[in-house]
Design a protein around this ligand. Structure first.
Ligand code: ACO
Length: 334
């Protein structure tokens, strides 16, 4: 079974409650209709019911009737969510009035539903910038114990099976944290190894990428990757990490052998960790376009509950896929 089919089949078994906060938006509503019809997840829409019904009728989406619709302006738990927000943000001085106002934003409402245990995960971003989706999640759901930074991985499926595991590789961070410290980069590497193992069913061989291979260049940016590699090894000794490596030394067997013959992974890496968001984001988009690769994600990692951010150029099937991944994360099968 192909990876995405397997992820969807698992999601059906878990039957998780996933919130879609952009429920006035055509692609989101079409995806919700498919997700309900196929039983991939229970769908919660945080939008005015009259808007959801009007748009669903316009697009002929009959299954939307079976979604749970929560009106951000008026619902039974508004006060209790506001109290929870005030409690969680008391060090920032958030007032109840401010919390009540924020809850009228479907993105904040979705996050609070997860925090309060009324939903299991969220997918948004078809019509909101990454920062707008992530800020409520950072503020109220926060990171996993031992992890200080959220990052975004892509499962890259290349038509040429010679790369990674039969054409499959995992890249990160391609979506969230612009300029990680060595410690943060190590956390990103560990989270990415976990994502590769759990979602892509790989035995991760993680290359910590740089413009230098094993001391061929001297620069503080290289030092950061060397230090991150050491920290990652200590954090997760069960995984194989090596760095600093250039991309060709990481993935081309003859070059890996030539430049670093003692490396346990050089020339056969299946997980690539980029030193900055700039390099990771550019790399995944180039591989997607130039190598005609499928890019599944971004899968957000390191968050205490599964919240995933779509690209604004996403398709209906991108939303369906990311909801299925989110449901798997919520079930802890990842
Ligand atoms: N992980 C966990 N928490 C974080 C992170 C992170 N990576 N970044 C910020 N935070 C926390 C902060 O500590 C802060 O917490 P607090 O309010 O409790 O003190 C909270 O989030 C908000 O912090 P801000 O300073 O307001 O947020 P910031 O300005 O750092 O923005 C953001 C965070 C929006 C994610 C920013 O780093 C960003 O814009 N990243 C780039 C996203 C992007 O554009 N990606 C490319 C497109 S995606 C694609 O192509 C697939």
């Amino acid at each position: 079974m192909e990876l995405m089919e397997k992820i969807k089949a698992n999601a059906k078994k878990f039957n998780k409650r996933i919130v879609l906060p952009e429920a006035w938006e055509e692609r989101t509503l079409r995806a919700a209709d498919i997700l309900i019809a196929e039983g991939i997840a229970q769908i919660i829409l945080t939008e005015k019911p009259e808007i959801v019904h009007r748009e669903a009728l316009k697009f002929g989406l009959k299954n939307i009737e079976r979604a749970t619709i929560i009106d951000p302006a008026n619902h039974a738990k508004k006060e209790s969510y506001a109290d929870l927000m005030v409690e969680l943000r008391k060090s920032k001085g958030l007032t109840k009035d401010e919390a009540m106002k924020l809850l009228e934003n479907p993105l904040f409402l979705a996050t609070l539903m997860i925090k309060a245990g009324d939903a299991d995960g969220e997918v948004a971003g078809a019509n909101n910038a990454t920062g707008d989706v992530l800020r409520p999640a950072f503020q109220y759901v926060k990171t996993l114990p031992g992890i200080s930074v959220v990052s975004g991985a892509f499962i890259m499926i290349m038509p040429d099976a010679k790369w990674g595991d039969n054409g499959m590789m995992v890249f990160a961070d391609c979506a969230v944290h612009p300029n990680p410290t060595a410690r943060e980069l190590a956390e990103i590497a560990v989270c990415t190894a976990q994502t590769a193992q759990a979602i892509a069913e790989m035995e991760p061989r993680v290359a910590m990428l740089s413009f230098s291979t094993k001391g061929s260049a001297k620069h503080e940016m290289v030092d950061k990757v060397v230090e991150a590699t050491e920290i990652a090894r200590k954090m997760a000794p069960q995984f194989l990490f090596d760095g600093e490596l250039q991309a060709d030394a990481a993935i081309v067997e003859s070059i890996g052998r030539l430049k670093c013959p003692d490396s346990p992974i050089a020339g056969r890496a299946n997980v690539l960790v980029f030193p900055t968001l700039e390099s990771g984001n550019i790399a995944y988009k180039l591989v997607q376009r130039l190598a005609n690769a499928e890019a599944i994600g971004p899968v957000l990692q390191g968050m205490a509950a599964p919240i995933n951010d779509l690209s604004r150029g996403c398709s209906v099937s991108d939303i369906v896929n990311l909801v299925a991944i989110t449901a798997n994360q919520a079930a802890g099968s990842y």
